[in-house]
Design a protein around this ligand. Structure first.
Ligand SMILES: C[S@@+](CC[C@H](N)C(=O)[O-])C[C@H]1O[C@@H](n2cnc3c(N)ncnc32)[C@H](O)[C@@H]1O
Length: 214
């Protein structure tokens, strides 16, 4: 999508994961998109060469940075003067939201602070996003809510596998007995049934779209 928007320009895709990179490369090749390269690397410290990027985009990646301010500073330095940043990240879920309802059986096992607070959930509050980006030197920060369904899987069974594969959930449940775990899987699968649609399991959710200038 970035390469298409770039027109005569060029895009670089970067991800820590080799399977993600390979998948992206295959998809771009299949669609005949030539003005993009994909590299495997850590965006927090990757040596971005060249004159500087006009735009830095992330869909659901930046909240995993270990040192948020240092990583965003590094990205800002990789941008051209006048460059723009845009990323998507999760909003905080409230206790009654659809995802909480679907996974209610797991609630008694959740410990605080959640391990997700150091990854997926590290940039939930708009004030925190603003503080981090300001400390990293960004300005004109705008944060807008966008509501969208999240695809969890083909059906309730597939979606249950996905829920139980997520690292914070696996970590939380790592010492739960196998028979208790099997019961929890059944309860979550039943609850996910509510969200089965012809397009798969779709759970309503919300994200922030964040933009800022260099
Ligand atoms: C929720 S996935 C989103 C993947 C993809 N952007 C998309 O929209 O489908 C988060 C991705 O961030 C990548 N990631 C996490 N930390 C990273 C880092 N420091 N540098 C590069 N990629 C990172 C992970 O490997 C993973 O592919």
């Amino acid at each position: 999508m970035a390469a298409r928007k770039a027109g005569n320009g060029h895009a670089l895709g970067i991800d820590l994961s080799e399977p993600q990179r390979e998948r992206a490369r295959r998809d771009a090749a299949a669609e005949g998109i030539a003005n993009i390269a994909f590299e495997r690397g850590d965006a927090q410290v990757h040596p971005f060469d060249g004159p500087g990027f006009d735009v830095v985009i992330s869909r659901g990646g930046v909240m995993f940075f270990a040192d948020l301010v240092a990583a965003f500073e590094h990205l800002r330095e990789a941008m051209a003067p006048g460059g723009r940043l845009a990323f998507v990240g999760p909003q905080p879920g409230d206790a009654g939201n659809a995802y909480a309802r679907a996974t209610a059986a797991l609630t008694p096992y959740l410990r605080e602070p959640s391990p997700a607070a150091r990854g997926m959930g590290s940039l939930l509050a708009p004030e925190r996003i603003t503080d981090v980006l300001t400390a990293a030197g960004f300005r004109d920060i705008e944060i807008s809510p966008v509501n969208a369904d999240m695809g969890f899987g083909a059906d309730a069974r597939d979606a249950t596998d996905f829920v139980f594969s997520m690292a914070p959930i696996r970590h939380t449940l790592r010492s739960v007995d196998a028979d208790v775990l099997a019961g929890l899987r059944d309860q979550v699968r039943d609850a996910l049934g509510e969200f089965e649609t012809p397009l798969g399991v779709r759970i309503p959710g919300g994200v922030w779209v964040v933009t800022a200038g260099r």
